[in-house]
Design a protein around this ligand. Structure first.
Ligand SMILES: NC(=O)c1ccc[n+]([C@@H]2O[C@H](COP(=O)([O-])OP(=O)(O)OC[C@H]3O[C@@H](n4cnc5c(N)ncnc54)[C@H](O)[C@@H]3O)[C@@H](O)[C@H]2O)c1
Length: 303
């Protein structure tokens, strides 16, 4: 099976460098018309230049692909809407959005300034929401869309010095899970990708031999699969060093405590049963949890 994107239009944010560049190049190699978005700033989000996006668009043109460079700052919702409008004007549709733009402002939590916090939340979480809101009406109208959010193990599991980044990266998972529900009847599928790759984001924390094992091109196959027609829906896929895996959400069956035991001491005494994972529930909507607890309560009241 060969995944192709002939006739499809893709937007990749932050595609002037690193992972976004690798995703954009591979989409183009497989026939997609690509909006190469990048505002061209430094790793901490300062400065701006259209040249990284233009360079990658040029690389796509050089291999006879179709691309436009776009300098929208994803934190600006109007610029995101203008980017989508430009793609629509040129190519008539947008099928794929890969929310990949990102910055880092690593600091231990007490040393993190208000602006370190909000700048990182703004690019990763608000930026992903801005771009997704901009393509959403079009994808609904087309009855087709594939959106990939870029998350991180720093959000999924935690990482020292990355409270801002981890919160933002888990935020995009929450955004994805609700949009999976809202997009289902319009043929829109969303997934998250948690990459590990040698880019300017990681170049000073990894040794040269590790950097060689973590080529961005090893992550891109997961992004391409998640952007394809046969993509799953609502998955979190981890990819790096040639390894690919998925994350699963599990809730313990839990314990339903009698009225007299609804106190902290009883919760502590029953903690092992509450947390037992032998027969977990795997929900895809919040209301499934609400149904579970109300059914348990109704059953207890009846007995
Ligand atoms: N490299 C890793 O190991 C790793 C791990 C987990 C997650 N990620 C995520 O992968 C994505 C890509 O990161 P990368 O490692 O390729 O880093 P990178 O710095 O090489 O690329 C990020 C790009 O995003 C662009 N960008 C930043 N802010 C922007 C904005 N407001 N508007 C438009 N473009 C903007 C930058 O100019 C840059 O070109 C990021 O979301 C990052 O958080 C990377």
């Amino acid at each position: 099976m060969t995944i192709r994107f002939d006739g499809k239009v893709a937007i990749v944010t932050g595609a002037g460098n690193g992972l976004g560049r690798a995703h954009a190049m591979e989409l183009a190699r497989r026939g997609a018309k690509v909006v190469v978005n990048d505002f061209g700033g430094a790793r901490d989000g300062t400065g701006a230049s259209l040249s990284p996006a233009e360079r990658v668009a040029g690389e796509i043109h050089a291999m006879a692909g179709e691309a436009i460079a776009d300098g929208a700052d994803v934190t600006d919702a109007d610029q995101c809407r203008a980017m989508v409008a430009a793609a629509q004007r040129k190519w008539g549709r947008v099928d794929i959005l890969i929310n990949n733009a990102g910055i880092l402002r690593d600091k231990s939590f007490p040393k993190m300034s208000d602006s370190d916090w909000s700048a990182v939340i703004d690019v990763h979480l608000n930026g992903s929401a801005n771009c997704t809101r901009a393509v959403w009406p079009l994808m609904r109208e087309q009855n087709y869309g594939r959106v990939v959010m870029t998350t991180s193990t720093s959000g999924l599991y935690g990482n020292f010095g990355q409270a801002n980044y981890g919160a933002a990266k888990m935020g995009v998972v929450g955004l994805m899970r609700t949009l999976v529900i809202e997009g289902a009847k319009y043929g829109i599928r969303l997934n998250c990708l948690a990459p590990t790759a040698a880019t300017r984001m990681t170049e000073d924390i990894l040794t040269p031999d590790l950097l060689d094992m973590l080529k961005p091109e090893y992550v891109t196959p997961a992004a391409i699969f998640l952007a394809s027609e046969d993509a799953p829906n609502g998955e979190v896929m981890l990819a790096g060093a040639g390894h690919y895996s998925v994350l699963e959400w599990r809730e313990s069956k839990g314990a339903h405590l009698a009225e007299a035991d609804r106190n902290a001491d009883a919760v502590a005494a029953n903690y092992a049963a509450i947390a037992a994972m032998d027969d977990p529930d795997m929900f895809t909507e919040g209301r499934q949890h609400v149904t579970k607890i109300l059914q348990a309560e109704a059953a207890m009241r009846k007995s």
